[in-house]
Design a protein around this ligand. Structure first.
Ligand SMILES: [Zn+2]
Length: 407
């Protein structure tokens, strides 16, 4: 057991509703507080002196400067396992080229598939570890990571095995997701329906056998898979025991309704969601995950986070960190930008990065500073939590703990 403290403020994220709008006044703030930690979990919080006298055997990790403590962030949507770069796509897009022109010039998702297929497991591991390490240093202690640049048995297995291997090299919690339904690969002999059947009949049983993932994602969009094909695919994956999630409403509206209909854990993107989609999400258990990093990367408007919250949705904020549309990967900076443009309270932004993101992954004991929860924590060198978003992502945590251990 150990005691960490004192902190100027501990923002516990406790006693907040899982859905809907939040005001900063609702935040529970413990001033000059400390935590008792044991076996990777938070055991108690309170005043430093009181904890020390109650638990005289516990070692104290003294915090010697004013700091604000938050739960570690949860990035519930990333594609950080990939080979190559798409800087040429980025330059072409900013030179006014269309999606189709970029694809014809050899860019787009298919180019990441080719470079990822060509990469060795060792090369993939180096890339993924550099991104994981940066995320952990910036306070992100749980990271979802998708496959989806393999799109063949061999290469999807390679990606998911690399993610599994990465878990041995980081204290952060990694959540792997199969996104073989990203696009139909150009070299698959058959149509979209046959490709989705191949995933269900061949790939997913193999992933279960090797215990590589328990989550399945699909990109529903005019350039990827149709709503009609996606419903039976998602229901079949769910029936196999997979947690399901959807890339929804990124460019055209309607696919979040599929996510709701199939009771997906989350519907992610939502830049194009309209009133119907927002109302359906609000009435469901499906978390509405917004991805400001993709809007910044593509130079397009943000998802309607304000409307989603006001309608009563559970809104999570994730990075979508990927080589094509969201290469930057700074989750806090992206969330701060989203907050400024969408007029979100700090409570709403922090909820979206912590316990509401945990809900999108159906993780139960992470994302709050509460007894029994994982001691995944991050501390910022300031006395006032409002400085964190005020500095728009430039103020970084200077201390991060995963399972109570400093990293
Ligand atoms: Zn994505």
């Amino acid at each position: 057991m150990k005691i960490i403290g004192p902190f100027s403020q501990i923002i516990t994220m406790q006693n907040l509703p899982i859905k809907g709008a939040l005001q900063d006044e609702q935040l529970e703030i413990i001033t000059d507080g400390a935590l008792l930690i044991g076996e990777g979990k938070i055991l108690a919080n309170g005043n430093l002196n009181e904890l020390q006298s109650q638990y005289p055997q516990a070692f104290t990790e003294l915090i010697e400067e004013p700091m604000v403590l938050l739960p570690g962030f949860i990035d519930s949507h990333t594609h950080i396992c990939f080979g190559g770069s798409r800087s040429l796509d980025y330059a072409m897009r900013n030179a006014g080229k269309t999606y189709l022109e970029i694809a014809k010039a050899g860019g787009g998702i298919w180019s990441s598939v080719q470079t990822t297929r060509a990469a060795t497991e060792g090369e993939l591991l180096l890339g993924i570890m550099s991104r994981i390490d940066r995320h952990v240093k910036e306070g992100v202690t749980t990271i979802e990571i998708k496959s989806g640049y393999g799109l063949s048995m061999e290469s999807e297995l390679k990606m998911l095995r690399t993610i599994q291997l990465a878990q041995e090299h980081t204290p952060a919690t990694l959540i792997p997701t199969c996104l073989a339904a990203h696009i139909k690969p150009k070299d698959f002999e058959g149509d979209e329906q046959q490709y989705l059947n191949w995933i269900l009949l061949e790939l997913l049983p193999r992933l279960q056998e090797e215990k590589l993932t328990s989550r399945v994602d699909i990109f529903i969009e005019e350039t990827a898979f149709s709503k009609t094909l996606s419903v039976p695919f998602l229901l079949a994956a769910a029936a196999m025991g997979f947690q399901i999630t959807v890339h929804a409403d990124q460019f055209t509206a309607g696919s979040s309704l599929v996510a709701v209909e199939c009771n997906a854990a989350s519907a992610d993107h939502l830049e194009a969601s309209g009133e119907t989609e927002i109302a359906a999400l609000a009435a469901s258990e499906t978390v509405a995950t917004v991805l400001p990093g993709a809007s910044l990367g593509l130079g397009m408007h943000f998802a309607p986070a304000r409307k989603l919250l006001d309608a009563g949705c559970c809104v999570a904020i994730a990075s979508d960190w990927n080589p094509g549309s969201a290469p930057q990967g700074d989750l806090l900076m992206q969330a701060a930008m989203l907050g400024a443009f969408e007029k979100l309270s700090a409570a709403e932004v922090f909820a979206g990065l912590t316990f509401r993101a945990a809900q999108s992954l159906r993780l139960e004991h992470t994302g709050k500073i509460v007894a029994g929860f994982a001691a995944d924590l991050q501390a910022y060198p300031t006395k006032d939590y409002r400085d964190i978003l005020y500095q728009q992502g430039k103020l970084k945590p200077t201390k991060v703990w995963v399972g109570g251990e400093a990293v």
